[in-house]
Write a protein that binds this ligand. Structure first.
Ligand SMILES: Nc1ncnc2c1ncn2[C@@H]1O[C@H](COP(=O)(O)OP(=O)(O)OP(=O)(O)O)[C@@H](O)[C@H]1O
Ligand SMILES: [Mg+2]
Length: 248
């Protein structure tokens, strides 16, 4: 029988000693300025921080403080006005658009507040999608997807459409999808924001489990102070700057 250990016990799973001396992410002097008809908005102002492999970091701060902007930059969904981001020591904005797309597909897992699943196809195909894009053979992707789904308790939903699942189940599908290519970093923007308290806590517990047992590096934006305090480290943003960076 497959266990939770199986899908993370592959050769590229990081070891304890790797974790101590290597960084999953380095953000250096990151600035993002939006020019809008209403004027210039400095969404991020020379933000710098590093995240070690296996760390579970939350990003908190008032609405408009730049939390999603940071996640979008780290996920290479948008380019900064200034500054650099290194993922696994790769200077991501030195890459061209096609190289960035590959990096995003292979090294970054995304989990969004609104799940962002494709409702016209099955749960299994949703989970496999990043692997399909990466060119993983379909049977290998099936095997891997089912092992991850089993670990998250949603393997019995594989033939359903996401829309027919509960919010918590849909978010677990999104978590499974984020892990399919064994990414270096998982980015979650308010992953519990659309869920009731209990379901949100369950989803959070799964992320925490992934982080601690399987050494995933996770960055999670949240408005929930209790969840934030339960992560390894909280980075507080205000007006596009780091106000506080504390280990919990
Ligand atoms: N595409 C855009 N064009 C112009 N301004 C933007 C854009 N995206 C974000 N901003 C502005 O940048 C600032 C930071 O926005 P961001 O979305 O990062 O905030 P946030 O901390 O995620 O807020 P929330 O908690 O409401 O999600 C805000 O002032 C916002 O209005
Ligand atoms: Mg946001």
């Amino acid at each position: 029988m497959s266990t939770k250990q199986d899908f993370m016990s592959e050769k590229n799973t990081r070891t304890e000693s790797d974790d101590n001396d290597s960084h999953a992410l380095r953000v250096q002097n990151l600035s993002k300025i939006y020019d809008t008809s209403a004027g210039r908005v400095t969404a991020l102002d020379k933000v710098s921080f590093t995240i070690k492999k296996g760390e579970f970091v939350s990003i908190v701060g008032p609405s408009g403080s730049g939390k999603s902007t940071i996640l979008n930059m780290v996920g290479a969904l948008d380019r900064p006005t200034n500054g650099k981001i290194y993922i696994d020591d790769i200077d991501i904005f030195a890459l061209n658009d096609s190289e960035i797309a590959t990096l995003r597909n292979k090294r970054i897992g995304f989990i969004f507040q609104s799940f962002n699943l494709i409702n016209r196809t099955t749960v299994l195909k949703n989970v496999k999608l990043p692997a399909t894009i990466a060119g993983m053979p379909s049977d290998v992707a099936d095997f891997r997807a089912l092992k991850i789904m089993q670990a998250l308790g949603i393997d019995d939903k594989k033939d359903q459409k996401p829309v027919n699942l509960s919010g918590g189940q849909q978010q677990r599908v999104a978590i499974a999808r984020s892990l399919i290519n064994n990414p270096s970093i998982v980015l979650a923007d308010e992953p519990t924001g659309n869920l009731d308290t209990k379901t949100g806590n369950d989803v959070f517990a799964m992320l925490k489990n992934l982080s601690h047992k399987f050494k995933r590096t996770i960055i999670m934006v949240t408005h929930n102070p209790e969840l934030s305090e339960s992560t390894d480290r909280s980075i507080f943003l205000r007006d596009g700057r780091i106000e506080k960076d504390v280990y919990n």
